[in-house]
Design a protein. Structure first.
Length: 170
């Protein structure tokens, strides 16, 4: 895992996007995305290392996965997370290493939690998140499952939501 910055983000984004099947793109973007629109690519490449930070996994020098954290700019607020691993490298530990590196990075940046909206059928991402952060909270919110991963001190603080989730078996 290595940090991704503006200088090398574009080629890494292109390589990872190209390695995603239509189904993987659907799971990542929650809609069919046959090609990455230039404004979306520009936003994904706008990495400043603080509000928007990312790590990249490489195999033989070629990008095979990216994990990113995007905050609102308020360090006291949580941040959104996203993980993409090309199809040829899925279920080989890349996602685990990316998400582990990303949670450490987000904690160092001062984010109290990470959040992610995952489609219910994306059981692989839900399982990955639970593997890396077994203390995460998950709940249905409309058509997605909202994952919340408390970081730092908050990861070890028992909340009312935790108690209710345990009682409901979630």
């Amino acid at each position: 895992m290595e940090p991704l910055d503006r200088a090398n983000a574009g080629p890494a984004i292109d390589a990872v996007f190209a390695g995603l099947s239509p189904h993987s793109r659907y799971l990542r973007f929650h809609s069919p995305v046959p090609r990455l629109p230039p404004p979306v690519r520009a936003r994904l490449a706008d990495i400043d290392g603080r509000r928007h930070a990312a790590v990249v996994a490489r195999a033989c020098g070629v990008p095979v996965g990216i994990a990113r954290v995007i905050g609102s700019g308020d360090p006291g607020a949580g941040a959104e997370l996203a993980v993409s691993v090309i199809d040829a490298w899925q279920r080989r530990g890349v996602g685990t290493r990316l998400l582990t590196a990303l949670t450490s990075l987000a904690e160092r940046l001062g984010y109290p939690e990470l959040r992610g909206a995952v489609l219910p059928e994306n059981v692989a991402m839900q399982g990955l998140a639970k593997k890396v952060a077994p203390w995460l909270r998950a709940h249905y919110d409309g058509e997605v499952v909202q994952l919340t991963v408390p970081l730092g001190e908050r990861a070890w603080t028992l909340t009312h939501e935790d108690l209710v989730a345990d009682l409901l078996g979630h």
